[in-house]
Design a protein. Sequence first.
Length: 199
Amino acid sequence: MNDPASLKQLAGELQACRRCPLYRHATQVVPGEGPARAKLMLVGEQPGNDEDLAGRPFVGSAGHILDEALEDAGIARDKVYLTNAVKHFKFVPRGKRRLHHRPNAEEVRACHLWYEAERRLVRPLLTVALGATAARSVLGRAETISAVRGKILDLPDGGHATVTIHPSFLLRIRDAQDRTQQKRNFVADLRRAAQFIAS
Ligand code: URA
C-alpha cells in the first residue's frame, strides 16, 4: 500500500485489497465514511449483508440502532468518521441467506493497516470501539468489553479510545426491559464520548 494522501485515495486503494481471503466472496469492500478531520471516530466490526450490498458502513439494522443512539446522545452522524475493523463482509451461506461470521484475529490483523491509514488521515481525538472485534483493532490487544468499558484510554498516536458494546448486541436481547436498559447504557457511553471531545 502507498500511504494514501486522502480518504478518497484510501478508498480507491482498498478496492484492490487482497490481504486476506474475505474479498473473494464479498460483493465489494466497504470503506469508512465521514469528514476527513472528524474529532470522533467510531469503529465497528465488519460490514453486514446490507453494508456489503450498499458499499457503505452501518446502513442495515445495526446501523439503524446506532443512528437512534447517536441522535439520543446528541451526536450528528455526519460529523463522525465511521469505519470497521475489517472492511469485507465475512459470512456463511445458508440457502439464500448470508449469515454474519465474526472475523478472526488474523483477518483483523490483515486489515489493520487500512485502519492505521484512516487514523493518520483523520487524526481523531477520540475513537469509540463498538464491540470486542473493534476493541482488538483499536487497542491492539484482545480485551473483554466489561474490563475496559467507559474508560478513556491513551493510544500510541496521541489519540484516545473508549470501548462500548456493538449495537447488534441490542438486537439480540429478547427481554424488552433489559434491551431498554442496555440501550440507555449505550447512549450514556456515546454521550460521554461527545462530552470528551467537547471538553
Ligand atoms: N456492523 C458493523 O460492525 N459494521 C457495519 O458497518 C454494519 C454492521
